[in-house]
Design a protein around this ligand. Structure first.
Ligand code: SF4
Ligand code: SF4
Length: 404
């Protein structure tokens, strides 16, 4: 697919990067078969190939209006199309480059602007977010049942003091997860202690920057990435074994620091070094080192593999064998490749499509009547838990509660 930049964009290096990605698409349409929004609407413009055409029109002819904006906004950024694409089109990067600029050109309604400003200025900052969640807790009796259920997750778990270990891994503090479900990192501490690895949190390393980045605020995402690299750098220089996030969405954003800072002479090489150290917990925990410690497994659970894990980090199919090897039964579920509709802030910004996809996902996950749903990302956990009839847990929580 050829793409030439219009006069206004000719000297913009990010537009040049976008045009290069558009050129790598051969227009075969294989990606439509696995795109969740195309599956729901059947509209070519709600599939990756159609969206690439819309972005190409904007790059070449500056042609974008409310229709283009609506179809780009409806994209989940699940990157399922990247898994399917035989030509290696970096669709996620393309959308992150073009969508904010289309929104600038076309404009957002005051309501859209206010919602985004609230999301970007509260959630990535744990103190502000904690204050908002605390306020919500006061109003809990007045809240709908689905939201009330989510507050149960935010109860602070009992303190746990791990042993000292020679192996050390740096753990991202997190933002939304650290407030809404601190039990996940507490579970990670227990599980990693059991396999002889200590987890270190460096003060000031909280948000990974994914939320502002995917809401189109690349400068804030870059600022957060640089600050995190600076804070982690002494520990990296001192030989930290790995850098880890317990939420697969944050892990993916850490891996994306390389492309985010590629044009920066100082931070580019540091980002590349950090990316080489990023590991998902699934890459460090193996069944053999836990087999003697796990008690009380045996339940039948359904696994929801977040898109950020399977399409972003390309680590799909790892939760099931780990749990199976430790004694859990895995419930069969169709359409494991499709997004649950959470997709970061998508559930807030596109509630209709998000709910449709959640219902479809829960129908598939619950078909074999599991006793729980297991996931690897806080966003998916909250989104599914709001409607699921069984508990939804991070796989680390499931493992930690079964440790002796
Ligand atoms: S990122 Fe997901 S929703 Fe967006 S075009 Fe690709 S497959 Fe479809
Ligand atoms: S599968 Fe890849 S090359 Fe084919 S249309 Fe989709 S993005 Fe383009």
């Amino acid at each position: 697919m050829r793409s030439l930049l219009n006069d206004r964009l000719r000297d913009d290096p990010l537009a040049t990067e976008a045009a290069d990605i558009v050129r790598s698409c051969v227009h075969c349409g294989f990606c439509n078969a696995t795109c969740p929004t195309y599956q729901v609407t059947g509209d070519e413009r709600d599939g990756p190939r159609g969206r690439i055409y819309l972005m190409k029109s904007w790059l070449e002819a500056d042609a974008a209006g409310a229709t283009t904006q609506a179809h780009l906004e409806r994209c989940l950024l699940c990157r399922n199309c990247e898994t399917t694409c035989p030509s290696g089109v970096r669709y996620g990067r393309l959308l992150d480059l073009v969508r904010p600029r289309v929104n600038e050109t076309v404009g957002l309604t005051p309501w859209q602007r206010a919602t985004r400003a609230l999301l970007k200025n509260v959630i990535p900052y744990p103190r502000r977010w904690r204050a908002a969640v605390t306020m919500g807790r006061w109003l809990r009796p007045l809240l709908p049942a689905a939201i009330k259920r989510l507050y149960a997750l935010s109860d602070v778990p009992p303190a746990f003091k791990p042993a000292l270990h020679a192996r050390r891994v740096l753990l991202l503090g997190g933002c939304a997860q650290s407030v809404l479900n601190p039990a996940i990192d507490a579970a990670a501490l227990r599980v990693f202690d059991a396999i002889g690895i200590g987890l270190d949190r460096i003060p000031g390393v909280d948000c990974c920057g994914a939320l502002p980045y995917h809401l189109g605020d690349e400068p804030v995402a870059v600022r957060i990435a640089k600050a995190n690299i600076d804070a982690w750098w002494p520990a990296i220089e001192a030989g930290a074994e790995a850098v880890m996030a317990t939420s697969s969405g944050c892990g993916l954003q850490l891996r994306d620091y390389g492309q985010l800072l590629a044009h920066d002479a100082h931070y580019g090489p540091r980002a590349a070094r950090l990316v080489s150290l990023v590991r998902d917990p699934l890459e460090l925990v193996d069944a053999s080192s836990l087999r003697d410690r796990v008690r009380g497994a045996g339940q039948c659970v359904a696994v929801q593999t977040p898109c950020t894990l399977q399409h972003g980090q390309r680590l799909g199919g790892r939760i099931e064998p780990l749990l199976r090897a430790l004694g859990w039964e895995i419930a069969p579920a169709n359409e494991g490749h499709l997004c649950c509709g959470s997709a970061g802030s998508y559930s807030v910004l596109q509630p209709g499509m998000s709910t449709t996809l959640r219902e479809r996902k829960l129908g598939n996950l619950m078909a074999a009547q599991p006793t729980a749903i297991v996931t690897a990302n806080i966003g998916c956990q909250l989104h599914l838990a709001a409607q699921a009839e069984v508990p939804v847990k991070h796989w680390l929580e499931v493992l930690a509660t079964a440790l002796d």
